[in-house]
Design a protein around this ligand. Structure first.
Ligand code: ACM
Length: 746
């Protein structure tokens, strides 16, 4: 044994020289971690002892750690000096807290509750998976407890169905990162995914659609097939399978929250029960008729079976994105509005949610719903999941309701992780790992007592574009690690630098667990921000690589391994083309070249008059957006792209002085899925006095609207005149959204 220890510490020393001496890159970061001298060496005969209260955690450890032998644990409730792994119970109120002590002779997991014992066990498993030699653990002391009680992940099993085995693999990973809530979006137009014994048609028909590809199906006839038909695509969990999943998750300290969506996103229900549509016909609307009592009777019967499968205190009823058009024309809905003295269709939706809340409450459960459940008045015991930004969550918390934060800009894992041209098609948006990590679920707008209503945070994986389990893993990892740390580690203890360091160790774990994670790309992002004090652009070059060797030029030439090395942000005057590339490790060559023409142009900081208003939903930086010297990224939601919905874009820029104008350029985005199109043409005209304008110079669009992938394209014109006023008009001939980021004047 002694010889082995010497040998092990020699290995550790070797690593100390090569990289880091010990591998303690636990995610999420524990509240405190002290590394001590020495190692604990696991062997085939290392015994596992457990207090009888923690039998399940000990058994799970024995099952999950391929190294612990014998494959059984022994009951024992006190510590001892016999070499082994001990699960020990100690009195305490915080059931999620745990301590993990690793010394050369014993490993102790000490907790007061089962969940703490499981967390300690998962930390121990992580520690093993992080070591190049899994049998040799560094000595340390961890004392740990979560920042938030709710740490969740939502899987959309409706748009694409994932097998119970796939869900179990995700549950294993959630447990490893101490997430404790798995929200299953079980029902939506694209398929009903849970057996309901009273209504077999829901799974006989509504669980199957005519096309595998969601986009083709959605843009096509949106019809359902029947189970067993040759082309039927879909699936569902039997009640037995769902109960097994609930048990599997509970053993890993994870609660499964079922979502049975209503009143919107319910096309599949009305395909089976057309009488629940205002029209009485299938395939006519997405929202259920709330004037019809049968809607409530059917959903309450469904929820009785759901509550029998899922012991979760929270039952999610959806509540999002219900259209109101059918209700406006429906005699039954209008009669309900009159009978219940409701003001409008928003209050009708609220009536429906309140009725479901009463029902769930009477059965001892809590209603959870998307933030639309606030509209028309929130049901008394409801908990709100804030997804349209944080405003719904803030409003609910101020009104004394509990809140789960899941804002689209930080928590939607269906968004792109890198430049869309390098990625499989996604729904849109741009959510790199660093942005997930940057999120703090407690908004500054809340005072101390309101902030207590923020129970935690959740990532949502909407699956329209995610047909396989491999692709699902790709969208979830490693972003889930960042989310897990946001949920577990106190905000003041979070550090991106530390997370990045630990992530380098976590790649080994992800590989050992056979996870198809997103690999950090070699592509670089160049950002320039106008600095009006310096009259220059401040350029930052962003890489996902660890300690990257970035080379750049500012004269338009292609960067090579001998070009200037980027070490910190730098200023560029006027305009310059910055090009940057990564020196690829182990190759003496550079990766893909990123290029940005910096834009400290003549209109930075100018006054912008809107002849037609910008979209209230996408104001970006309001009047400053188009002249703030900052270009947008790949997402129209990034705060740099300003939207114009249905109308044209029509603005007049007033420069500080009469200036020589050589050329003008403005970029637009096209992403047809959410209805974002190029303008038909862009016109530029100019004036010295703001009254008499030149004849417009028109630039027509050359991007076909049939291109459904992201396109960003500048519309530019040479001017060659003196002007103080510049009018830019962009024709919104598709009547969708126009998005522009910057009007550059040189
Ligand atoms: C949602 O993304 N519609 C909740």
């Amino acid at each position: 044994m002694k010889k082995m220890l010497v040998c092990v510490s020699f290995i550790a020393f070797q690593y100390a020289v090569a990289q880091s001496p010990v591998y303690t890159g636990i995610v999420p970061a524990p509240a405190s971690l002290e590394v001590a001298e020495g190692v604990f060496v696991l062997s085939k005969t290392t015994p596992v002892f457990s207090d009888p209260a923690f039998t399940e955690a000990a058994e799970l450890y024995v099952q999950s750690s391929s190294l612990a032998e014998p494959k059984t644990y022994r009951a024992r409730s006190t510590a001892s000096t016999t070499k082994g792994i001990y699960f020990l119970k100690q009195a305490g109120n915080n059931k999620e807290a745990y301590r993990l002590l690793v010394s050369p002779s014993v490993v102790q997991i000490i907790a007061s509750g089962k969940s703490g014992a499981i967390h300690g066990m998962e930390t121990l498993l992580q520690l093993q998976l992080l070591q190049p030699d899994r049998k040799t653990l560094p000595c340390l002391k961890i004392a740990d407890t979560p920042a938030f009680a709710y740490r969740g992940l939502m899987l959309d099993v409706s748009r694409h169905f994932y097998s119970a085995g796939t869900v179990e693999k995700i549950i294993d990973m959630m447990a490893l990162y101490k997430l404790n809530m798995l929200h299953l979006h079980l029902t939506d137009a694209a398929g009903w995914r849970i057996e309901i014994k009273q209504y077999p048609g829901l799974t006989h028909t509504a669980a199957w659609r005519t096309e595998q590809n969601w986009k083709d199906w959605w843009n096509g006839n949106r019809h359902y097939a029947t189970e067993g038909a040759p082309g039927a695509y879909g699936g569902y969990y039997t009640q037995e399978e769902a109960k097994q999943l609930v048990k599997y998750a509970a053993e890993r300290n994870i609660n499964i929250i079922p979502e049975i969506e209503m009143p919107g996103h319910s096309e599949e229900v009305m395909a089976v029960f057309p009488q629940l549509a205002c029209s009485g016909k299938p395939y006519t609307q997405g929202e259920l008729c709330l004037g019809n009592d049968s809607t409530f009777i059917v959903f309450q019967n469904i929820l009785l079976e759901i509550m029998n499968i899922f012991p979760s205190s929270y039952i999610h009823i959806g509540g999002d994105e219900a259209g109101k058009a059918a209700w406006k024309k429906c005699p039954k809905c209008q009669a309900r509005i009159r009978a219940e003295h409701l003001a409008d269709e928003h209050e009708l939706q609220s009536y429906g949610i309140r009725r479901m809340e009463k029902f769930l409450s009477a059965h001892g459960r809590h209603l959870l719903g998307w933030d639309e459940i606030l509209e028309g008045g929130l049901a008394p015991g409801a908990t709100v999941m804030s997804w349209r930004g944080e405003s719904g969550g803030i409003k609910a918390a101020k009104a004394g309701h509990d809140v789960i934060m899941s804002p689209g800009g930080y928590c939607y894992f269906d968004a792109y992780q890198a430049n869309p041209i390098t990625q499989p098609e996604a729904i849109g948006g741009f959510l790199p790992l660093s942005k997930v990590y940057s999120y703090n679920p407690v908004p500054g707008a809340l005072n101390h007592s309101e902030a207590k209503h923020i129970l935690g945070v959740q990532a949502n994986v909407w699956a329209e574009y995610i047909p396989t389990s491999e692709h699902l893993e790709y969208m979830i990892f490693p972003r889930l690690l960042a989310l897990a740390e946001t949920g577990w580690t106190k905000n003041e203890n979070k550090s991106w630098k530390s997370f990045e360091d630990r992530l380098q160790q976590q790649y080994l774990l992800l590989q050992r667990r056979n996870i198809n994670y997103y690999r950090p790309v070699a592509d670089l992002e160049i950002k320039a921000i106008a600095d009006t004090d310096q009259h220059s652009s401040l350029v930052r070059i962003i890489s996902e690589q660890y300690n990257p060797d970035i080379r750049y030029t500012t004269d338009g030439s292609t960067p090579a391994t001998g070009s200037a090395r980027y070490t910190a942000p730098f200023y560029v005057k006027d305009t310059a083309t910055v090009k940057a590339a990564l020196v690829l490790p182990q190759h003496d060559k550079t990766g893909p070249v990123a290029s940005l023409t910096t834009s400290y142009h003549k209109a930075v900081g100018a006054k912008v008059v809107y002849n037609q208003p910008y979209s209230r939903s996408y104001p970006a930086q309001k009047e400053y957006t188009l002249v703030n010297g900052e270009k947008g990224s790949f997402s129209y939601g990034d705060g740099q792209w300003q939207g114009f919905d249905s109308g044209d874009m029509d603005v007049t820029i007033e420069l500080k002085t009469l200036s020589e104008i050589n050329n003008i350029s403005v970029s637009f985005m096209q992403l047809t899925g959410p209805g974002v199109f190029m303008p038909g043409y862009v016109e530029f005209s100019w004036s010295a006095d703001g009254k008499t304008f030149s004849k417009p110079v028109s630039v027509s669009n050359s991007v076909p609207s049939t291109i459904s992938t992201l396109v960003i394209k500048p519309f530019a014109a040479a001017i060659g005149a003196k002007a103080k006023y510049i009018r830019v008009f962009a024709r919104n001939d598709k009547k969708g959204f126009l998005f522009a980021d910057e009007i550059m004047v040189f």
